[in-house]
Design a protein around this ligand. Sequence first.
Ligand SMILES: C[S@@+](CC[C@H](N)C(=O)[O-])C[C@H]1O[C@@H](n2cnc3c(N)ncnc32)[C@H](O)[C@@H]1O
Length: 358
Amino acid sequence: MARNATNELLRKAKKSKSDEFYTQLSDIESELQHYRSHFENKVVYCNCDDPRISNFFKYFASNFKKLGLKKLIAACFREQLRDLFNRIDDENGFFYEYTGTDGEKEKPSLTDIVYFNGDGDFRSSESIELLKQSDIIVTNPPFSLFREHVAQLIKYDKKFLIIGNINAITYKEIFKLIKENKAWLGINLGRGISGFIVPEHYELYGTEARTDSLGNRIVSPNNCLWLTNLDTFKRHEDIALTKKYFGNEDEYPRYDNYDGINVNKTQDIPSDYKGVMGVPITFLHRFNPNQFEIIRFRKGNDEKDLSINGKCPYFRILIKNKRIQTECVDLTEKEKTMYNEVLCLDDRIRPACQPANW
Ligand SMILES: C[S@@+](CC[C@H](N)C(=O)[O-])C[C@H]1O[C@@H](n2cnc3c(N)ncnc32)[C@H](O)[C@@H]1O
């Protein structure tokens, strides 16, 4: 093989390590079961998906009637690897539209697809035209273009449900969307997404890699999430707060560079603290915007990472409990103690921050 061709294959192989993770049908089913009501009479667009092999396309085509879909579109980028699922390299991207009409194929072949004039990049005008006709974008986009993919969805004001890396939460553009309640985490996260099918050339490593019964090579990075702006039941569930700040102040040290306390685990968020609290990013998986408000991410007033006695805990998200009334601020220490005693008796029936004689 000529050196240039070898280099090209290596380059593609390297890139594919991050971008060529193919989503398993079981993971799609496990997430999508929570969103059924959103799809009635909607056009779904999978804009990073080869309709011949994508499990997203397969899921929507086979559940087309059950979901009451209007149309399903999948578009494929040209840059495919020769040794991946025996696909061909082609300069042009292509797409396939499915409307559930008799005679249409749920599993299209090369003769059924429509070629783009260009490469089918999700940012191309041809792909954007399909995006504009669509209501909900559902896919696992290339990780290396995640920010751009999300920015496009926001720009065109689309509903979406997509897979990304958990680190995406820490990108400032993505965090801003979460803070402003324009996007949130889906139901499954981390180990809740069981793994991805990877191409032949992908080096299997460690104990997290396996070959499934169909011979697919699967890696389980355990660091992925679903990002969406479709409402879920989870966003309306309160986190049960069983801990108290007052009386346990030592467990919640204050930051050096921000007026707030540090909380190491989401389940340790105290029910009686009205000020700002720094919580781990996993909090976002249980975030109910009616219960908490997100204030900021990671940085103190000096724009440096939040620190406690000079040491920085892993990234923290600064939040406030919305349900604690302002009157709490004026309680004396004695009143706070009385209040906490009563609060311990029954958190549920008495609104937080009512004085003891309520
Ligand atoms: C992480 S893989 C996921 C594939 C498929 N969505 C799935 O979940 O099985 C990302 C896919 O995006 C394709 N891709 C890469 N760059 C792209 C681009 N600029 N526009 C559209 N698709 C692209 C890759 O070829 C790859 O198939």
